[in-house]
Design a protein around this ligand. Structure first.
Ligand code: ADP
Ligand code: MG
Length: 317
């Protein structure tokens, strides 16, 4: 199937947010259209070249997960099917080719200003914190853990949503001070429960979800808390191949490794300092990365993303 990669969209509705990856539109009546573009960020810098299939993979992976997690947390999804979205929002009909298959119609919430990170393995900033102080999210961990060690039980390690730059890890008490203790406890409980379910399902597909980030929001009446945003995707999580997992060092990433390797090779010879603007990516790096995202989707769901989109038998979420 020929595939058009998209870096940015311009739909006839108010743009409420343009994140690193998503363009988010207010389509009225308390609903948002969340469009996953094909933008890719590495080392917190958004690359100039879009990655074909990336937006579709992120959106369809989230849609694959949500029903599998629905008994653990209610979520924001209203519709994924382009026909149903157009029936609900007729003003989207003329731009269908741009957003279809990469977009979800969702309930608009007020997001909590905290990223709910769960770590089942010791990696990234958590490994750095542990190595420096023996703690994770400010709480002591057993001594002698190695990089990429499995954490049992998994640990909730919240972070603030930084407008620019890196998110900042905070302690649970800090989160409780910001949101109220009861809300913070509920978000922690749900995050750990969603992660536990996700980790178990992914393991049967040979994928280790080392850590992940959830977002939650409240509906205008303030009563219900919904799981929002993307869920258990390679962009919001560290996915490792189970067959090559070895604790005691860093693990290869299932998705962005070709880009990271290329960028590391540039900075090793002083050709890029890991700050904007990004260097151009060679076509073979773009293609290898696109293939990674598609392979990961098939490994997780058992179906190719293009067949999934065509409604292959057994592919429906
Ligand atoms: N149901 C929802 N209600 C309100 N905001 C949402 C909802 N789902 C996702 N969002 C917001 O949409 C944005 C998605 O854009 P994204 O590119 O992922 O941003 P970021 O660069 O912050 O990760 C995020 O700011 C997220 O908080
Ligand atoms: Mg995001």
């Amino acid at each position: 199937m020929a595939q058009t990669a998209i870096s940015t969209t311009s739909l006839p509705f108010p743009l409420v947010a343009r994140g690193k990856v998503r363009d988010v539109y207010d389509v009225g009546d308390g609903r948002l259209l969340i469009v996953a573009t094909d933008r890719l960020s590495a080392f917190d810098v958004v690359m100039a070249e879009p990655i074909p299939w990336k937006g579709e993979v992120l959106t369809q992976a989230t849609a694959w997960w949500l029903p599998r997690l629905a008994d653990v947390s209610a979520n924001h999804m209203l519709s994924l099917d382009p026909d149903a979205i157009i029936a609900a929002v007729p003003g989207l009909a003329a731009t269908r080719a741009i957003w279809a298959r990469r977009s979800m119609l969702v309930r608009r919430t007020t997001p909590f200003p905290v990223e709910c990170v769960v770590r089942g393995y010791l990696s990234g900033s958590a490994w750095k914190e542990y190595r420096a102080s023996g703690t994770l999210a400010g709480e002591p961990l057993p001594a002698g853990l190695v990089e990429s060690a499995r954490l049992e039980p998994p640990i909730f390690s919240p972070a603030t949503k930084a407008e620019a730059g890196h998110d900042e890890n905070i302690t649970f008490d800090d989160m409780a001070g910001r949101l109220g203790r009861a809300t913070a406890e509920e978000l922690r409980r749900r995050s750990l429960a969603v992660y536990a379910r996700g980790r178990e399902i992914a393991e049967t597909a040979g994928i280790i979800i080392a850590d992940t980030k959830f977002e939650f929001g409240t509906l205008p009446d303030g009563s219900s808390i919904l799981l929002i945003d993307e869920v258990l995707t390679p962009d919001s999580s560290r996915f490792w191949p189970r067959e090559s997992y070895r604790a005691g060092g860093p693990q290869p990433s299932l998705d962005k490794q070709p880009v990271r390797d290329y960028l590391d090779s540039l900075s090793a010879r002083g050709a890029w300092d890991k700050s904007p603007p990004p260097p151009p990516l060679p076509p073979e790096v773009v293609e290898a990365t696109s293939l990674r995202y598609r392979d990961l989707f098939r490994r997780l769901t058992g179906v190719d993303v293009d067949r999934f989109l065509a409604g292959a038998p057994g592919a429906a979420p």
